[in-house]
Design a protein around this ligand. Structure first.
Ligand SMILES: [Zn+2]
Ligand SMILES: [Zn+2]
Length: 304
């Protein structure tokens, strides 16, 4: 099953030349999930060939502008392009008021339903649960209410061992039973154990999106063992005081968090505009966690 993330924006606070505010798009089994929608996200989608019509879920972590100021523009374009199907919007409760106000004063009534699912920054909750994935909020520690999102792939059905199935001549009608773990009994009463006929599917993968937050061990348990951990790394560690005041994380800390939570791979982003190049941030995160990559815009990372 496809499970990958494409970075659309990696800058914090303000856009700078060649970096846009935060946005990412997850592709899970060909369904697109947009996470945060900073200013310029639509342009980035055009640039990297992400079709808005394929997005049915949008997640907004918090109401600092660098995470949602592109949203009303995107909703307007969906409306103008004739969208009719519903859109699920997972976000802080106040965002509805902001959107309603902007639409009201432009005399716009969206031609498609928006189904709001409000986040609670105090406790983790399941916000989406479909055939591919369960999404939980991750309560973070930021200056205003903020949640990350944990995407947990659903366990797939067992895989049939084709040669074995064919050699015993099992009727096709039994395949779904076998995939769910059932045994097979033939006409003579001989029982074939499920383990002889199928193999387990791959372990489900998880993507932990830790938006703006300062270092706080409260969320470590929830994000443990992520296949891919995205964590903000706004500053280098020589700016730790500033990181604490603004409730952000340093690259050194991001590496430490990946290490302590046993992530398989770390992706850092949300870089301060003060850094014209990013190598120092990458090198610093790698001190604690060598398997780290930069959330470079336009780049796609596969969960494997
Ligand atoms: Zn931010
Ligand atoms: Zn913020």
């Amino acid at each position: 099953m496809k499970f990958e993330v494409t970075i659309l924006g990696s800058s914090s606070a303000t856009p700078i030349f060649n970096r846009n505010p935060t946005s990412q798009v997850l592709n899970i089994n060909e369904r697109l999930y947009l996470i945060d929608c900073g200013e310029g996200t639509q342009q980035q989608m055009l640039r990297f060939d992400i079709k808005a019509s394929r997005i049915d879920h949008i997640f907004i972590s918090h109401l600092h502008g660098d995470h949602y100021l592109g949203l009303v523009g995107l909703l307007s374009s969906m409306h103008l392009n004739g969208r009719k199907k519903a859109l699920k919007l997972v976000c802080p409760v106040q965002l509805k008021e902001i959107i309603d106000l902007q639409l009201r004063y432009s005399d716009t009534e969206l031609q498609f339903p928006v189904e709001y699912i409000f986040t609670n920054a105090q406790q983790s909750e399941v916000v989406i649960n479909n055939s591919d994935v369960v999404v939980e909020t991750i309560p973070l520690d930021h200056r205003i209410a903020c949640t990350g999102f944990l995407f947990k792939e659903k366990k797939r059905l067992r895989k049939l061992i084709k040669e074995k199935i064919e050699s015993i001549d099992i009727p096709v009608a039994y395949y779904s039973v076998l995939k769910k773990g059932g045994d097979y009994t033939d006409e003579k009463g001989k029982v074939y154990k499920n383990e002889e006929l199928t193999i387990d599917s791959a372990e489900p993968k998880t993507y932990a999106y830790c938006s703006d937050t300062m270092y706080n061990e409260n969320y470590f348990g929830q994000i443990a063992n992520a296949t891919l951990l995205y964590h903000e790394a706004t500053f280098l560690n020589d700016m730790l005081d500033r990181a604490v005041i603004t409730h952000h994380t340093t690259a050194l800390q991001a590496g430490e968090i990946a290490l302590k939570t046993n992530a398989k791979k770390l992706l850092i982003g949300h870089f301060s505009a003060r850094y014209k190049t990013l190598n120092e941030l990458l090198d610093e995160a790698k001190i604690n966690f060598p398997s780290t990559e930069l959330a470079i815009e336009g780049k796609t990372f596969f969960l494997e």
